[in-house]
Ligand binder design. Structure first.
Ligand code: SAH
Ligand code: DHB
Ligand code: MG
Length: 222
């Protein structure tokens, strides 16, 4: 597939509406200098998360999968004053790098990184009565996406926006015989989502700077 045109247009949109400041650029640089694959969302996707956060006047956001904190910074900049972002990260190395990037962005009082397996941390967050969250961004490992979304529903309220990243995977989701655990995880998720009556949802294909992929966007029904 010739994706040059999508990349060019993504760059055009990004320059206009999602320019990166030094905190965001340094965040991507921190991944490169630590030899960590850049699975961060793109600038235009970061702006999409901000638009969604503002649409629901988000003050309390939950993220699964921090990596270097790139998406976390976009989200934290969208929460209103006294807003909070709780971001769960399995890797201690990633969490340390992210914490530094978040401090560089001046957001250390807005963001709380929780280190551990999301499946262990989610029950803790539930017990701490941090819910309901106004927006939840699911972007950690792909096989348990259904279980993550089920947790998201428990931690949500009517009107909460739930976004799940990387669910098209270069169109590999079309291959019913795929043996890739990530693909199988998101196929199971997409089918499950289509049967979930608690939300109104769609999937947005994402093209441009990042690999061809997609994001599920859902709102919890009243
Ligand atoms: N949201 C980030 C990208 C996240 S990449 C951004 O757009 O900037 C996925 C992250 O999920 C990686 O850092 C990985 O270490 C983390 N992860 C993988 N499995 C996890 C798990 N079980 N619980 C929490 N985090 C996990
Ligand atoms: C993968 C994870 C991501 O969050 C992403 O944006 C791209 C790829 C991955 O695990 O392959
Ligand atoms: Mg992702």
């Amino acid at each position: 597939m010739d994706t040059t045109i999508f990349e060019q247009v993504d760059g055009y949109i990004g320059q206009l509406l999602a320019p990166e400041d030094s905190a965001l650029k340094n965040t991507l640089q921190s991944l490169a200098s630590n030899n960590i694959d850049n699975a961060s969302i793109s600038p235009v996707q970061g702006k999409l998360l901000q638009v969604l956060a503002k649409m629901c006047n988000a003050k309390n956001i939950l993220e699964l999968g921090t990596l270097g904190g790139y998406s976390t910074i976009w989200l934290a900049r969208a929460v209103s004053q006294n807003g909070k972002v709780v971001s769960i990260e399995y890797s201690e190395e990633h969490a340390l790098i992210a914490q530094n990037n978040i401090k560089n962005a001046g957001l250390e009082n807005t963001v709380e990184i929780r280190v551990g397996n999301a499946m262990d941390i989610l029950p803790q967050i539930s017990a701490e009565q941090r819910a309901p969250f106004d927006m939840i961004f699911i972007d950690a490992d792909k096989p348990p996406y259904v279980e993550y979304f089920e947790w998201a529903l428990k931690l949500a309220r009517p009107g909460t926006i739930i976004v799940a990243d990387n669910i098209i995977r270069n169109a590999k989701v079309l291959d019913a015989n795929s043996t890739d655990e990530k693909v199988k995880g998101v196929q199971r998720f997409n089918t499950w989502l289509s049967n979930c009556t608690q939300v109104t949802a769609t999937i947005l294909q994402t093209v441009g700077a990042k690999e061809y992929d997609g994001m599920a966007i859902a709102v919890v029904n009243h």
